[in-house]
Design a protein. Structure first.
Length: 192
C-alpha cells in the first residue's frame, strides 16, 4: 500500500503546476504552457473579473499569460505557481487601472464601486445579492476575500497583494463582516 501512495505522490508531484512551470521555464515547450493554462486559466479570469469588468478581465488574463511567457525565467520553486500567476495578474490590473486604459474607468471607480441594493427586487436572486454585496466592498477587501475563496493561504495572499499577513487578516475580517451585514439587511435576517 505504501508503494502505491509513494508512486501516486511521485506522479502527482511530477505533474504539479510548479513542476510544469519549472519544466516550461527550462524548455519553453508550448505543450507545458497549455497544461498550465488549462489548469489555471479559468481561475485567473474569474479572479480578475471579481475586481473589474469582463472586457478588462479578458484583456488582463491575456496580458498575464504573455507575462508568464516573457518572465518564465523568474519563476522560482519557492511557492505556488498559482500565487505567482495571480501576482502577475494583480500587478497588470493595477497598472492598467492607473494608466486609465480600463473600459470600466479609473481605479477609484472600481475601488468605490458600491451599487445600491434594492431589497424588494433582488430578494429572489441570491447570486445577484451576493455579487452586489461583494462589489460593494472596498477593492482591497474584495481582493483579499476573492483570493481566499480561490484557496490561497494568508501568507500567499500577503505575498500577492504586497502587504503583511495582519493586514490581510483585517481585510478579510472587515470583508466578511460587511458581507454578512449587507446580506442580513437584504434578507431581513433578525439578529439573535
Amino acid at each position: 500500500m505504501s508503494i502505491a501512495l509513494t508512486l501516486k505522490s511521485y506522479i502527482s508531484s511530477r505533474h504539479s503546476n510548479e513542476q510544469v512551470m519549472l519544466r516550461y521555464a527550462e524548455s519553453g515547450n508550448k505543450a507545458l504552457l497549455t497544461k498550465l493554462y488549462t489548469a489555471c486559466g479559468n481561475d485567473l479570469y474569474h479572479f480578475i473579473l471579481t475586481l473589474s469588468d469582463p472586457i478588462t478581465a479578458q484583456d488582463i488574463s491575456q496580458k498575464t499569460w504573455l507575462k508568464v511567457i516573457e518572465k518564465k525565467h523568474l519563476f522560482k520553486d519557492s511557492g505556488q505557481f498559482k500565487a505567482w500567476l495571480f501576482t502577475l495578474a494583480r500587478n497588470q490590473l493595477i497598472d492598467e487601472l492607473r494608466q486609465g486604459k480600463s473600459s470600466s474607468g479609473d481605479i477609484e471607480s472600481l475601488i468605490d464601486n458600491k451599487p445600491t441594493l434594492d431589497n424588494k427586487h433582488e430578494r429572489a436572486d441570491m447570486d445577484t445579492l451576493f455579487n452586489n454585496a461583494l462589489l460593494s466592498l472596498p477593492f482591497e477587501q474584495r481582493e483579499a476575500f476573492c483570493l481566499q475563496q480561490e484557496g490561497f493561504s494568508l501568507t500567499d495572499i500577503a505575498r500577492i497583494t504586497h502587504c503583511g499577513t495582519e493586514t490581510v487578516k483585517s481585510r478579510l475580517r472587515y470583508a466578511k463582516q460587511s458581507l454578512s451585514k449587507q446580506l442580513e439587511t437584504c434578507l431581513e435576517i433578525p439578529h439573535d
